[in-house]
Write a protein that binds this ligand. Sequence first.
Ligand code: FPP
Length: 242
Amino acid sequence: MSTVAAYDPDKEIPRHIAIIMDGNGRWAKSRDLPRRDGHRAGAESVEECLKACGDIGVEYLTLYAFSSENWKRPEAEVSALMGLLALFLREKLPLLMENGIRLKVIGEIDRLPDSNRKALLKTMEKTSGNDRLVLSVALSYGSREEIVRATKKLMVEAKEGKVSPEALNPDMFANYLDTAGTPDPDLLIRTSGEFRISNFLLWQISYSEIHITDVFWPDFRRPNLEAAIADYQRRHRRYGGL
Ligand code: FPP
């Protein structure tokens, strides 16, 4: 549920926030606009959240921008989304540099159009020294696919005698996921009121607090992010203990 209370800068700030950005299409439809305009407005929310996370002191932000299943959308919508990604990478490098944001990608980057893949690699390289906020963008991402990829890598290494089945534990397995090196999300936000995980970070959100808001992603701006953090601050995380 969404709330309006302010967050407390003196209380624990979630170190890692992951967001399922949903509702771009419905936002556009409710205004009689093409879906593409919803995605464009959604990109503005991305920019505002990036700045807000940096100001608030969030260290990791992971955004679900394009799922493995999104390839099934009409070709025109897929290319509109890839075009927006290209535009973001072209225009927002100064924003990333000024705010100390390091770009990472999770998902099957090799399935993306060549130009997007190259632009992503270039931006990741250019921002690799930034250390204020790590922005991980999930692209052609599916959590089950990620877990299978990790398992395949492990099986190959086991066959080569580099790892032994006895040594395998959850921490070690996590090192084979796309998110290796990134702490698990403390807070997962989903916009547009759907109560679903949609194949996003299934392994990593085992102990995350979940905040669902009815607000469509293009309307999700700094006050909504702050409300989600305030909601998080009211939770009492027990990790299965008392
Ligand atoms: C879900 O809304 C949103 C997406 C599939 C795409 C998210 C992309 C952006 C916010 C734009 C660009 C991102 C970056 C990182 C530059 P939906 O289309 O499923 O909405 P609906 O459920 O209302 O149809």
